[in-house]
Design a protein around this ligand. Structure first.
Ligand SMILES: CC(C)(COP(=O)(O)OP(=O)(O)OC[C@H]1O[C@@H](n2cnc3c(N)ncnc32)[C@H](O)[C@@H]1OP(=O)(O)O)[C@@H](O)C(=O)NCCC(=O)NCCS
Length: 156
């Protein structure tokens, strides 16, 4: 079966369709990214099926410097993973980064997420370092993790 897909910018009215993509904190981060999008600092893209259902979401952040776009919050609906949607989403985010004049794409992947890391390596990302990250989670707690930083040259 071939899926007819549309890649487009996230709209404020989309949030009800994205509850599968993460918990309250993830939704809050998406809302903040949408706000930053109005200032041109971040682009949040979604992939929609022909019936309008959203099946993937991810962002590219332009605030880390003039050359780099930082991909984040990548998520594909769990029923539709391993079909190429993640690959398509990364390509769309990279295209947006190029359009904004960025020559490098960067992303971070948690040390215990080998499947996502393998996908990014397959797409040409190479390790450039590691970083300790933290973000708020349910119950007012803070989640702390070690992530690998990967980069890819967008010039080629
Ligand atoms: C990581 C994630 C975004 C990748 O999205 P995806 O749609 O599954 O990615 P793709 O389908 O493009 O590629 C993933 C796998 O499918 C395989 N694949 C890609 N296209 C394929 C196709 N047409 N047919 C069969 N397999 C395919 C890839 O080889 C890859 O293999 P793997 O399962 O051994 O890793 C998704 O799995 C996800 O949302 N995970 C949970 C959240 C998460 O970890 N986010 C990333 C944080 S850094």
């Amino acid at each position: 079966m071939r899926l007819r897909l549309t890649v487009r910018d996230l709209e404020p009215t989309d949030f009800g369709e994205l509850d599968w993509s993460g918990g309250v904190e993830h939704q809050r981060a998406l809302a903040e990214a949408l706000q930053a999008g109005y200032a041109g600092e971040v682009a949040v893209l979604v992939i929609a099926l022909a019936n309008g259902r959203l099946v993937a979401v991810g962002a590219v952040d332009f605030r880390s410097g003039p050359d780099v776009g930082v991909l984040s919050m990548l998520s594909v609906h769990e029923h539709l993973q391993s079909l190429g949607l993640g690959t398509r989403l990364v390509a769309a985010l990279e295209k947006r980064a190029r359009r904004e004049g960025r020559t490098r794409a960067r992303l971070r992947v948690e040390h215990d997420n080998p499947r996502a890391a393998a996908l990014y390596r397959r797409l040409g990302y190479r390790e450039v370092g590691s970083v300790v990250e933290s973000w708020p989670v349910a119950g007012g707690r803070t989640y702390v993790t070690l992530s690998t930083v990967l980069e890819r040259d967008l010039g080629a």
